[in-house]
Write a protein that binds this ligand. Structure first.
Ligand SMILES: Cc1ncc(COP(=O)(O)O)c(C=O)c1O
Length: 360
């Protein structure tokens, strides 16, 4: 067997611990998972209806052009459908982007504490990641752009950033954007876009005309609650979209997923409820952490990082025993911290009382 040398460097992704695994390992029944930034309200009822209706049609291939879904997205985002690409989660689009732009030994630049899949997929192509230290738990855009060399192909701007929840402000972006060479791609990964309520968040889509080296990524996994169906999308110049569409699989977005995403897009009431609950949950976490004297990072996403000032692996395991799954910070190179996703208010309260008990 002769493997590509890049493969030897790959390590599997550590996902949030599944509820079924905790049930099995700890013999618990009543478990809440606040570990993978999933949607505690499920998904729109319209989506459930569509899924049921289509259950007898899975013998058919999906529409390879994603015509209806692209049309609706194009309408809502005010772009040309030819600028849109879809795949099995934005995760698969990250891989497609790396496969298009990164040759052996070329580089991409990311934040030191940011989404791991940028690193995995850069390495898959035989490339290297350059990790730039964070500035106040946010991406240091100045240093990221200053670090561009002849080898740099992609900058990963994760905003809001997973796992810190920080965002790139419009001023920050504008202060560096003209220094990014036109042959370097910058990816605005906006997976948590719908949760943002800071008015300084830049609206990137209208900037695409001026910056054809920009790629915007979004997903149906978070605010739309379709993580299990796997639908992500991106918006870029027609030229980049053409190349991305050429490398992603023609049937990546399955028949049920395409129609579910379309139904999800049309249910703005559901989205509003999700965003309202998330805001309430974030505020609740902040006020509880303050009462407990714990440092935390203000978040524009559906999760919050909190500093527990002790061994995060230990606290993670103690919380598991109480049926509460979160994400320990050591996984993100932030030992001593936990990342907790927002849940229903009942789940949030259960997490806070479990955390109090465990820390005591
Ligand atoms: C910043 C960021 N980008 C992309 C993704 C991938 O999401 P999906 O593949 O479910 O669309 C995630 C998922 O956690 C994420 O946090």
């Amino acid at each position: 067997m002769k493997l590509r040398s890049a493969i030897l460097q790959m390590k599997p992704y550590t996902a949030g611990k599944p509820i079924s695994e905790v049930k099995r390992e700890l013999g618990l029944d009543d478990i809440i998972k606040l570990a993978s930034n999933e949607n505690p309200l499920g998904c729109s009822e319209n989506v459930t209806r569509v899924i049921n209706e289509l259950s007898t049609q899975v013998n058919l291939y999906p529409d390879a052009s994603n015509f209806e879904l692209k049309k609706e997205l194009a309408n809502q985002l005010n772009v040309n459908p030819n600028q849109i690409f879809l795949s099995t989660g934005s995760d698969s689009i990250i891989r497609a982007i790396c496969s298009i732009f990164i040759e052996q030994d070329e580089e991409s630049i990311m934040g030191e504490v940011s989404f791991q899949r940028y690193e995995d997929n850069t390495k898959l192509m035989g490339g290297k990641v350059v990790k730039i230290p964070m500035k106040n738990h946010g991406l240091d855009l100045e240093r990221m752009v200053d670090s561009i060399t002849d080898k740099t192909r992609i900058l990963w701007f994760c905003t809001p950033n997973n796992p810190t929840g920080s965002m790139i402000s419009k001023q920050e972006l504008l202060s560096v954007i003209d220094r990014i060479p036109k042959d370097v791609i910058f990816v605005m990964d906006e997976a948590y876009y719908e949760y943002v309520d800071d008015e300084n968040f830049p609206q990137t889509i209208p900037m695409l005309d001026k910056y054809p080296n920009m790629i915007i990524l979004r997903t149906f996994s978070k605010a739309y609650g379709l993580a299990g169906l796997r639908v992500g999308y991106g918006i870029a110049s027609e030229e980049i979209a053409k190349y991305i569409n050429a490398v992603i699989g023609p049937f990546d977005v399955n028949l049920i997923a395409q129609n579910a995403a379309l139904a999800a897009l049309k249910d703005k009431d559901f989205l509003n409820r999700v965003v309202t609950l998330n805001r309430e949950a974030r505020e609740y976490f902040y006020s509880e952490f303050e009462k407990m004297g714990l440092e935390y990072i203000k978040s524009q996403a559906n999760f919050v990082m909190v500093k527990i000032n002790t061994d995060d692996k230990l606290i993670f395991n103690e919380l598991l025993k109480k049926g509460v799954i979160v994400r320990p910070g050591y996984l993100f190179d932030m030992p001593g911290w936990l990342r907790v996703s927002t849940g229903t208010m009942e789940q949030n309260k259960r997490f806070i009382s479990a955390l109090k008990e465990v820390l005591a």
